[in-house]
Design a protein around this ligand. Structure first.
Ligand SMILES: [Cu+2]
Length: 305
């Protein structure tokens, strides 16, 4: 048999095998595919409804699935929606700062280099220990190859959660808001701190911060934050990252993450957010605000029955 004949025989053999494999796959699909038919559509339960054929997923004005801002948590996974957080190293020494480096890989598995600027920054990074202490809000910088870095000091032993909060821009200009999370580890004797009791008042750096409003599970409610010093309302709150405050809410137990922004202008001296609790449970709320050029964070525990 000469080389040409051999090649032809191999090609024909491969083709036959492909056809047989395709036939087998077709059989499997035909027999085992639980394709949703009219009988499979949900007919009961909160939010159950059918979509006309061909309309695909869509946003709902209300409801728990895709509804009000803050109704869903992020940051529970290193990979979601086709985007994956890839840290260079996740081990730190207590109290010793170094650069934390990472990339976000896109659906094509390459490092993402296109990001939308959201609240003045293309990347927001929140770091908190898993007992919800030690909150930090950082802004990494990106090298041209898509590698982000930020100086980071983890002051105490334990497991810390780092959240990358960003909106990737794809080749067609589409934006993909994402929050991905990864654990960082500091060896040593870990002394977990109990979650402080729920309170509507917190002090930080000589300021007293209060909030009014009670979030409901699945329904946005107004939350009004006020800042006082020496018993007087502070009237000189400054915009920080394009807003008069930022509110990060982290759930105890799994560290599910919610980040909300306020209405553009203070209402009667209060910074007003709309917040829906993702579920019953306890949360730590971190309210970032700026006075005289300095950013401070007031922290509150919130328990949802
Ligand atoms: Cu930020």
């Amino acid at each position: 048999m000469d080389r040409g004949t051999l090649r032809l025989a191999l090609t024909v053999g491969a083709l036959v095998l492909s056809l047989l494999a395709g036939f087998a796959l077709g059989r499997v699909n035909a027999g085992g595919d639980p394709a949703p038919g009219p009988g499979a559509a949900p007919t009961s339960g909160v939010g159950a409804h059918t979509h006309p054929p061909g309309t695909g997923p869509h946003e709902h004005p209300t409801g728990a699935a895709a509804g009000p801002a803050g109704a869903e948590t992020g940051g529970l996974s290193v990979s979601a929606g086709g985007y994956t957080l890839v840290p260079a190293a996740t081990t730190f020494t207590a109290g010793r700062g170094r650069d934390f480096r990472f990339q976000v890989r896109g659906p094509d598995r390459r490092a993402v280099t296109g990001y939308a600027v959201v609240h003045e920054k293309p990347m927001h990074m929140i770091v908190v220990r898993r007992d919800l202490s030690g909150y930090q809000h950082l802004h990494p910088t990106m090298a041209p190859d898509g590698t982000w870095s930020v100086p980071l000091t983890l002051p105490s032993p334990g497991v810390w959660r780092a959240y990358a909060d960003f909106s990737a821009v794809d080749a067609t200009g589409g934006q993909h808001p994402s929050t991905l999370g990864v654990d960082l580890v500091v060896a040593g004797s870990y002394q977990p701190r109990p979650l402080p009791a729920p309170a509507r008042e917190a002090t930080v750096g000589g300021f007293t911060v209060t909030y009014e409003g009670t979030p409901q599970v699945g329904t946005s409610q107004p939350m009004l934050f006020r800042v006082f010093t020496g018993g007087n309302p502070v009237t000189t709150l400054e915009p920080y990252l394009g807003a008069y405050g930022h509110l990060v809410v982290v759930r105890e137990g799994d560290l599910g993450y919610v980040h909300v922004h306020p209405e553009p202008e203070p209402a009667g001296g209060a910074v007003k957010f709309w917040l829906a609790a993702p579920s019953p449970g306890s949360y730590r709320m971190y309210f970032d605000f700026q006075v005289s050029g300095a950013v401070r964070t007031a922290e509150f525990t919130l328990t949802m029955p």
